[in-house]
Design a binder for this molecule. Structure first.
Ligand code: SAH
Length: 394
């Protein structure tokens, strides 16, 4: 097949030779042909040397690389990439085991498929395209998923309305590509969750906190727990299973609170230890007493772009400062940032300032990150986004 060709400026091939999967528009010298957003293009360096093939985009990232060798991007390609990713999840003992059927199957660049996210909830795959190229490939990807997962797959829900570049003006294509309307219960480390992939946030559940929730369970015994920004209640059930005295789940979204309540009923029907409140975090934190000795702060990304970084860091500082001020002596704080533009160092600095403001003695017990089913491609360090600290507050 003949593709349009993108030629790089002299010396701009360096990052591709080191397998970084993006070509920035500023690196392009010339383009042969007239590629449209989402088309496959070939990338060449000096002396017309082939460097990569990938999806063309209009914007600062111009090409997202699918392969650094000249191969066909055909049905076999998708099957091979998805199979490799699935084998890794089996190695991680997240797939093909009884106690867990909730995992991220494809994590974009981390699985050498930039622009594609697929989360698995029992027999349902939720697919999210972040690029027009992946959007166009969605049916091919769906077929590959069926080929790799076989009978264990019964639904594929496509959900990209919020993630595709809006300038591409594609209109909503969200809906089932396969199956449909199967009520599935997701299981994570033996705990059950209803996942609303159609109306819920992201793909319906935050799969990336699995290991951090497990760690929390380990610390929960006899503690009074506040799960702030609880969404569907993930941390709360681990705290309950870990023997917490009381667990309070708070989120500003009434929908999230109703999902949390539903999930409590699934796991601990009628358990009086749990209460849930639909309230703004800052309001709740300001007026609460000093009764909690285990607090989770897992806010939404405060900074989605570099230019709002300062405000985001202030937000993290303010939020954590109240927690430091109010947590009981001997308390444990799990605090997170999922903003990709906030570095580990910056996040730690914001939390450090908050601690200093409270004047309390604070130790770092654990430094947390995303789990292995959200792998970071070693050539694409930008893929690391989740940061967490577990702190002991005297
Ligand atoms: N901890 C969750 C994921 C949190 S996502 C889990 O383990 O699944 C962030 C959540 O913060 C969302 O559910 C969103 O509704 C909530 N949120 C956003 N702004 C908020 C605010 N000002 N106060 C309270 N909750 C807020």
């Amino acid at each position: 097949m003949e593709y349009c060709k993108v030629f790089l400026k002299p010396k701009k091939e360096e990052s591709l030779l080191r397998f970084h999967p993006w070509v920035f528009s500023g690196a392009i010298q010339s383009v042969e042909g007239e590629p449209e957003e989402g088309d496959l293009v070939e990338v060449y360096g000096a002396n017309r040397r082939f460097l990569a093939i990938g999806h063309y985009q209009i914007g600062s990232i111009a090409v997202r690389v699918l392969s650094f060798t000249s191969i066909a991007i055909d049905d076999a390609f998708w099957v091979e990439r998805i199979r490799t990713a699935y084998e890794l999840r089996k190695t991680l003992r997240l797939a093909g085991v009884e106690t867990n059927n909730t995992f991220r199957l494809i994590h974009g660049e981390g699985d050498n498929l930039p622009g594609l996210v697929i989360d698995m909830y029992a027999r349902t795959a939720v697919m999210q395209a972040h690029s027009v190229g992946m959007h166009y490939a969605r049916h091919q990807i769906a077929e590959a998923l069926k080929a790799v997962l076989g009978d264990t797959l019964q639904n594929i829900y496509y959900k990209s309305d919020a993630t595709l570049p809006y300038k591409a003006n594609l209109g909503s294509e969200d809906g089932y590509l396969f199956g449909g309307e199967v009520e599935d219960i997701a299981v994570e480390n033996g705990l059950k969750f209803c996942v609303d992939w159609q109306k819920g946030q992201k793909t319906g559940f935050f799969v990336d906190q699995r290991e951090n929730r497990s760690l929390l369970e380990h610390y929960a015994k006899d503690r009074s727990v506040l799960n702030m920004f609880c969404y569907t209640g993930g941390f709360s059930f681990y705290a309950m299973r870990g023997g917490a005295k009381v667990v309070h789940s708070v989120d500003s979204s009434a929908k999230a609170i109703s999902l949390t309540k539903k999930n409590v009923e699934l796991n601990f029907p009628g358990d009086p230890r749990h209460e849930a409140y639909a309230e703004d975090a800052f309001k709740y934190l300001e007026k609460m007493g000093s009764n909690y000795d285990l607090i989770i702060l897992d806010p939404p990304a405060f900074a989605k772009h570099k230019n709002v970084l300062r405000n985001a860091l202030q937000g993290y500082r303010k939020l954590n400062a109240i927690a430091f001020e109010k947590i009981k002596p001997g308390g444990i704080l799990f605090t997170f940032s999922c903003s990709q533009v906030v570095s580990k160092e910056n996040f730690r600095l914001a939390v450090f300032s908050a601690a200093a403001q409270s004047g309390r003695s604070v130790r770092i017990l654990h430094q947390l990150t995303q789990p292995a089913d959200h792998p970071v491609n070693i050539y694409h360090p930008e893929g690391e986004y989740l940061k967490g600290l577990v702190l002991y507050v005297e």
